[in-house]
Design a protein around this ligand. Structure first.
Ligand code: PGA
Length: 238
């Protein structure tokens, strides 16, 4: 795991956006797995600005949502697909059929998981990840093994409480679907992103603690091309 640390959050956003533009220039048909949540929001805004200025294009890319909550209404702003649309997809030039998301409303969720895995096909070129305070990656909660497939998961109590920050009501989700650890670990390149002081402890455990399923993000240390990209606050205990 390469550790890249920027002093300020602004530099962190600009650095990541600049690398992302470079990847898109070199490989216009990248297949990218993307998280929702607060961590990537300013980076998505920077990428949307890059597209508006003609400095980047997502026309040839395929973008895949990393995870999704179950049991929320399709229009709920807290659904990962809706957060991704609002923060990125609605502002970039990706054709509609190249944005892939997980339909947890469907009657047969296991089938949705199998179909999603089939759509991922040969795998991701780039996987961008945030990290939960419990070390989860998407909804790969503590206990998720490296071989885990895209599947329905029961949410960890910490993730249930954390989901409240994305909701405008108190009906927090209890389950969801996660792209499995296998797919994340098979990705050709992985960027694990964190900013802010609240992430400092879990970042330290991820990068320097024991590698194991109790901190799923620590499993990325087995990945040959994974970068942990932090701002000064998130990296303050390293
Ligand atoms: P956050 O969520 O980006 O909103 O901090 C990260 C996560 O829980 O995976």
């Amino acid at each position: 795991m390469h550790i890249l640390r920027f002093d300020t959050k602004i530099a962190w956003v600009q650095g990541i956006a600049s690398w992302w533009r470079d990847r898109l220039h070199l490989h216009p048909s990248l297949r990218i797995c993307l998280p929702s949540g607060n961590t990537p929001t300013p980076i998505y805004a920077a990428m949307a600005q890059s597209v508006a200025r003609g400095e980047a294009s997502f026309r040839g890319t395929d973008l895949f949502a990393l995870d999704e909550y179950g049991g929320l209404a399709p229009s709920d702003p807290g659904l990962c697909v809706n957060m991704l649309r609002k923060d990125l997809i609605d502002h970039i030039d990706i054709p509609a059929n190249r944005f892939h998301w997980i339909d947890t409303q469907a009657p047969d969720v296991d089938r949705v998981c199998r179909d999603y895995d089939a759509a991922i096909g040969a795998g991701f070129d780039l996987t961008i990840l945030g990290i939960g305070l419990n070390g989860h990656l998407g909804l790969n909660e503590p206990g998720s093994v490296p071989e885990s497939e895209t599947r329905r998961v029961e949410m960890h109590p910490a993730s249930i409480s954390a989901s409240a920050q994305y909701l405008t009501h108190s009906n927090t989700p209890k389950w969801g679907v996660a792209v499995g650890m296998r797919r994340l670990l098979e990705s050709r390149e992985v960027w694990l992103l964190a900013s802010g002081a609240t992430k400092a402890e879990i970042i330290q455990r991820t990068a320097e603690g024991e590698i194991g399923v109790s901190v799923p993000a620590s499993l990325l240390r087995y990945h040959p091309n994974c970068s942990l990209i932090v701002d000064g606050e998130a990296g303050s205990r390293l």
